[in-house]
Design a protein around this ligand. Structure first.
Ligand code: CUA
Length: 327
């Protein structure tokens, strides 16, 4: 049962030991070397304890009149060897491997050597993604081209968060008033889960993200769509939904590009329907969940910044029809 508990964290879509970039592989290798070393050290200590326990009470070798302090020499050898020389050697090796090699390979390279820059802004409790040089703004689902070094510049709108996609690289803190950088690289197409890794308040645990690493052509098509203004409503219900959205409280916090909604407290909803999840990877982006979120988001994610929106049934249906058309 204890083993089952220990292994419960292994696997899944957010696994440091399942690396998908050479940076993440270096981190995983370092972990395995340290883990192996720690077990060998533990084995040595436990072995010596057991040996002393087994041999307790036995007579030693008869005293040598020429040696007034029997055993002292061996004692010093053990203390110096295992207590000083070995730890120094282990710590020095770890320092060289982690600080000189792994820190270097996992650090962000010069921005000029990367082909794409993405700005990541942490919010309580969601992620904003901007693609400089384009008008694309999205939330909680970051798209990158596969096999391409991406320069990720992180900042925050409020408190300290930490951007971490374990299968791709190490974590990087978002610090108020400054920008940090990290390299993101995926060597295989896929969806990689990430998580805020710095306690940032009530809903820290529900501040997740998904990184979609797509083939370059698919990524370019996605970006081209994200750059566009929102689609115009095509049905009467969608048109009604848009006016409820624009005239009600929604537009004071959210932006829908191409309309008068230009709020910035909540996520940009221009292409909401192109995302697979809502509320920072907390619930799926399906009609029922979206309706529940709009009417009672505090029940789903208590403490989040979204107030309860008191819409009537028909108003809600219209807003849902409009938001679901925003591909
Ligand atoms: Cu943001 Cu923890």
């Amino acid at each position: 049962m204890a083993l089952a508990t220990l292994l419960a964290g292994c696997g899944g879509s957010q696994n440091t030991l399942h690396p998908h970039s050479h940076q993440a592989r270096d981190i995983a290798s370092l972990f395995w070397w340290m883990m192996t070393g720690a077990w060998v050290g533990l084995g040595l200590i436990v072995g010596m304890l057991l040996l002393s326990w087994v041999r307790r009470g036995r007579r030693g070798t008869p005293a040598d009149p020429a040696d007034p302090h029997p055993g002292q020499k061996l004692g010093w050898t053990v203390v110096l060897g295992l207590g000083v020389v070995l730890p120094l050697a282990v710590v020095t090796t770890l320092f060289v491997v982690s600080d000189v090699f792994v820190m270097q390979t996992t650090s962000a390279p010069a921005a000029s050597s990367t082909r794409l820059t993405v700005h990541v802004i942490g919010h309580q409790w969601w992620w904003e993604f901007r693609y400089p040089g384009t008008t694309a703004v999205t939330a909680n689902e970051l798209h990158i081209p596969v096999g391409t070094p991406v320069n990720v510049v992180v900042g925050t709108a409020d408190v300290i968060h930490s951007f971490w996609v374990p299968e791709l690289n190490r974590k990087i803190d978002t610090i108020p008033g400054t920008k940090n950088r990290v390299l993101l690289y995926a060597d295989k197409p896929g969806v990689y889960r990430g998580q805020c890794a710095e306690y940032c308040g009530l809903q820290h645990a529900h501040m997740a993200l998904e990184v979609f690493a797509d083939p370059p052509a698919k990524f370019r098509a996605w970006l081209a769509n994200e750059e566009k203004d929102a689609r115009a409503p095509t049905t009467a219900l969608q048109r009604k939904g848009r006016s409820v959205f624009l005239q009600g409280p929604c537009s004071s916090c959210h932006t829908i590009r191409g309309t008068s909604a230009a709020g910035y407290l909540g996520p940009d909803l221009t292409h909401l329907a192109s995302r697979t999840t809502l509320a920072a990877d907390t619930i799926p982006n399906r009609k029922g969940y979206l309706g529940g979120w709009i009417m009672d988001s505090q029940h789903i994610k208590p403490g989040n910044e979204m107030p309860d929106i008191n819409l009537t049934g028909p108003q809600l249906q219209a807003v849902l029809a409009y938001l679901e058309s925003l591909k």
